[in-house]
Design a binder for this molecule. Structure first.
Ligand code: THU
Length: 130
């Protein structure tokens, strides 16, 4: 896990967050060990901004990855507390990752908080509801 933590910390500098000045990075790890990077990418039209978690997931899916391939996602911000994925990311992670995939929150003390994907969005909306 140390390798992915370092990767997430190094990745933070690629965040494009001139408006919030709140960089976030995410490293999505597949079951075969391959990783995909994601950072938050903001826009002057604020609503178009994309979170790090979704950036990583969309990059992976664009490359043909599917939920059964994904092991876990690391989410890093340079603070001494943990930043938790926003509601939109929870909804997207719920559909694009398996229920028992792990979401690993990282802080700048190199501490981790590990949560199962399904636990982040109890009673969430899903394609089964359609
Ligand atoms: N952000 C993320 O990238 N992931 C999260 O889990 C929370 C928030 C971004 C969105 C925005 O660019 C900035 O952090 C401030 O909200």
């Amino acid at each position: 896990m140390e390798k992915q933590i370092k990767q997430a910390m190094d990745l933070l500098k690629r965040s494009y967050s001139p408006y919030s000045k709140f960089p976030v990075s995410a490293v999505l790890e597949l079951k075969n060990g391959k990783t995909y990077n994601g950072v938050n990418i903001e826009n002057a039209a604020f609503g178009l901004s994309n979170c790090a978690e979704r950036s990583a997931l969309f990059a992976a899916y664009s490359d043909g990855v599917r939920k059964e391939d994904i092991k876990r996602i690391f989410v890093y911000t340079d603070h001494d507390y943990f930043v938790s994925p926003c509601g939109s990311c929870r909804q997207v992670m719920r559909e694009l990752m398996e229920d028992d995939a792990l979401v690993i929150l990282l802080n700048n003390r190199q501490e981790t908080k590990i949560i199962k994907n399904v636990e982040l969005l109890p009673f969430g909306f899903s394609k089964e509801d359609l």
